[in-house]
Design a protein around this ligand. Structure first.
Ligand SMILES: Nc1ncnc2c1ncn2[C@@H]1O[C@H](COP(=O)(O)OP(=O)(O)OP(=O)(O)O)[C@@H](O)[C@H]1O
Length: 235
């Protein structure tokens, strides 16, 4: 099975800081790969490299069969949800969908399907800036899915928002994977492990791959160790 993502010896520097010191890993078709790490570990930077947004210092990155330094064709089959608000805030919901659909050469029926699937019908005339966080995230994912991608890259897709939006988004992600889609998520809440098939843990410039349950166990081990060390300072 050819990997959807193949990263070999990836090095990234920001100023003098070495953020990635030779990362190598693969993501297989249909996998749900979560990139985990503490604040500033480089989750967003790694996702942006995989999406072809950020340049990188050295190493090789292949996405959907393309060396991303040589070809941008992989972007046709990519859906992206970034961490910061990445819709047009001063346009309405339907204007965002229409504009994204035009860029991605999606059909009218794709737009209608997204409106239906992401329960956006009653929000079409709303300016995006007025949307509640859950609705905003439903629209972000709908826009990312307009081109029927093979690979979804999404940074902190589940946030602290309403349960309806959370359940709808998780349902759609499961459906996407059931149809053969591959996902890469950036996440910082360990409970998100439930949604994943693999976890890539970023720490000190390296990435270690865990089964989700082992990542959760490692997180709780570190928390316990940290609490014990903090307690011993006060003895
Ligand atoms: N454009 C930039 N200029 C300078 N420093 C940057 C830039 N982008 C990222 N950094 C630094 O690189 C490091 C990694 O940032 P990144 O946002 O990728 O981490 P993260 O794991 O996603 O963090 P968070 O959980 O806070 O989102 C941080 O130290 C950040 O300050």
């Amino acid at each position: 099975m050819e990997p959807v993502i193949k990263v070999s010896n990836l090095v990234q520097k920001i100023g003098r800081q070495i953020l990635f010191n030779g990362l190598s890993f693969e993501v297989l078709p249909g996998e749900s790969f979560g990139v985990f790490g503490l604040r500033g570990a480089g989750k967003t930077t790694l996702l942006h490299i995989l999406a072809g947004v950020d340049r990188f210092k050295s190493g090789q990155v292949e996405v959907l069969g393309y060396n991303i330094k040589k070809s941008e064709k992989f972007k046709r089959d990519l859906g992206l949800v970034t961490q910061e608000k990445s819709l047009f805030l001063d346009m309405t919901v339907v204007e965002n969908l229409d504009f994204m659909a035009a860029l991605k050469k999606s059909s009218r029926s794709d737009v209608y399907q997204m409106i239906e699937r992401y329960a956006l019908k009653d929000l079409l005339a709303e300016p995006v800036i007025l949307l509640a966080m859950g609705s905003f995230q439903r629209l972000s994912l709908a826009c990312a899915m307009l081109n029927r991608p093979k690979l979804l890259i999404a940074d902190e897709i589940i946030k602290d928002f309403d349960l309806y939006s959370r359940n709808l988004i998780l349902r759609e992600l499961r459906q996407f994977q059931a149809e053969g889609g591959t996902c890469v998520f950036g996440f910082s809440n360990i409970d998100f492990c439930e949604q994943l098939s693999k976890v890539g843990w970023l720490e000190n410039g390296k990435l270690k791959v865990y089964e989700p349950e082992s990542a959760r166990a490692e997180w709780h081990r570190q928390i316990k160790l940290y609490a014990e060390q903090s307690d011993s300072h006060y003895v």
